[in-house]
Design a protein around this ligand. Structure first.
Ligand code: NAD
Ligand code: UFG
Length: 339
């Protein structure tokens, strides 16, 4: 298949590009590098020995995106393009709504205009909201999101569902990611956050490499086994493989299907630190600090539906995730360099 990766130069898109190219698919990427850089795709080519057609463009701009659809016979879109920092979304809601929703609408208009039938969307466990009981099941309602970023995912899911209802010839797969971490085993590509990392694993690796002095563990007094929050961490290459299964599923089905993409097993922040230290033989300096606003004590997936319908399951364990995250960070202390 010829697969369009919208936002494909980013963390999850670049790993998915490797997985798709190695499975024999053709890859077209559109990215404006607002949160990435061209180097990630150069390295994808190096890993796979295959070529990628790349367009630098803002996906909100329909004229530029029409050109991409006109020049390529796209079979399936994977829509990664979006802003994703929770805290930033609270400070800049308009930018978040504009970017995340407009990119989606442009892609859908082009999809309809050029007869593309299949789209896979990067959604998030955040759509289950703060009242969700664990483990999260796809049949639970969405809502009670705690920030504008989460609401953009909620709204985009609704937009895609309405579109599929109006146009029964299309197929929509909503992938609700839990906590993606780790990197490709080569250490050539990985997560490269700009500025101070918001997420746990890149913070841990930056402390380990000496770029930051110490990790603050946000809260040690939760009603969890060790008092710290628990999350469903998933290796980014397992997540990339879920996209491969999802495009195959979309090609053979119509309508909307939602899948959790997690391992189904939660680990605490302290377990991450201990496993990281043991797997890599490095020390992670940390202290327990106050809770972070908006954090839920525990979040994990029921991953049964993806196993049943997609034939997908996670293969990497927590030590693999820690080892590969460290391999990337230690080989690339400054990430890809200047963005
Ligand atoms: P990322 O920021 O590394 O990748 C997103 C890519 O989209 C970047 O390369 C960015 O430059 C591009 N982009 C953004 N707006 C664009 C625009 N208007 N035009 C063109 N390109 C644009 O993020 P990621 O971690 O790879 O996440 C990919 C998707 O998965 C996002 O939609 C994110 O919300 C979602 N998601 C991520 C996580 C996570 O923890 N990483 C969890 C759940 C869901
Ligand atoms: N944490 C720390 N210290 C840090 C960073 C994080 O203790 O410096 C803790 C957090 O408090 C949380 C856990 O590590 O308990 C995981 O935090 P992340 O920020 O890595 O991930 P979240 O679970 O908060 O957020 C992720 C995605 C969001 C998505 C959300 C949905 O990053 O995009 O899951 O559940 F919306």
């Amino acid at each position: 298949m010829k697969v369009l990766l919208a936002g494909g130069a980013g963390y999850i898109g670049s790993h998915t590009a490797v997985e798709l190219l190695q499975a024999g698919h053709q890859v077209v990427v559109i990215d404006d590098y607002s949160n990435s850089c061209p180097e990630s795709l150069k390295r994808v080519k190096k890993i796979t020995g295959k070529d990628i057609k790349i367009y630098e463009a803002d996906i909100k701009r329909k004229d530029a995106i029409r050109r991409v659809f006109g020049e390529n016979q796209i079979d399936c879109i994977i829509h990664f393009a979006g802003l994703k920092a929770v805290g930033e979304s609270i400070k800049e809601p308009i930018r978040y709504y504009r970017n995340n929703i407009d990119t989606t609408l442009t892609l859908l208009e082009c999809m309809r205009g050029f007869g593309v039938k299949n789209i896979v969307f990067s959604s998030s466990a955040t759509v289950y909201g703060e009242k969700c009981t664990m483990p999260c099941l796809e049949t639970f309602g969405r809502g009670n999101c705690t920030n504008p970023y989460g609401w953009t995912k909620y709204m985009i899911e609704q937009i895609l569902e309405d579109t599929a209802k109006a146009h029964p010839d299309i197929s929509v797969v909503l992938l609700r990611y839990f906590n993606p971490v780790g990197a490709h085993a080569s250490g050539l590509i990985g997560e490269d956050p700009q500025g101070i990392p918001n997420n746990l694993m890149p913070y841990v690796t930056q402390v380990a490499v000496g770029k930051r002095e110490k990790l603050t563990v946000f809260g040690g007094d939760y009603a969890t086994p060790d008092g710290t929050c628990r999350r469903d961490f998933i290796h980014v290459m397992d997540l990339a493989n879920a996209h491969l299964k999802a495009i195959e599923y979309a090609a053979n089905h119509k309508g909307v299907e939602i899948f959790n993409v997690g391992t189904g097993k939660p680990y605490s922040v302290l377990e991450i630190i201990k496993t990281f230290e043991a797997a890599n033989g490095v020390k992670v300096n940390y202290e327990i600090g106050p809770r972070r606003d908006g954090d839920l004590p525990e979040v994990w997936a029921d991953a049964g539906k993806a196993a049943r319908l997609l034939g997908w399951q996670a293969h990497f364990n927590l030590a693999d995730m820690c080892r590969d995250a460290w391999c990337w960070q230690s080989k690339n202390p400054q990430g890809y360099g200047k963005h």
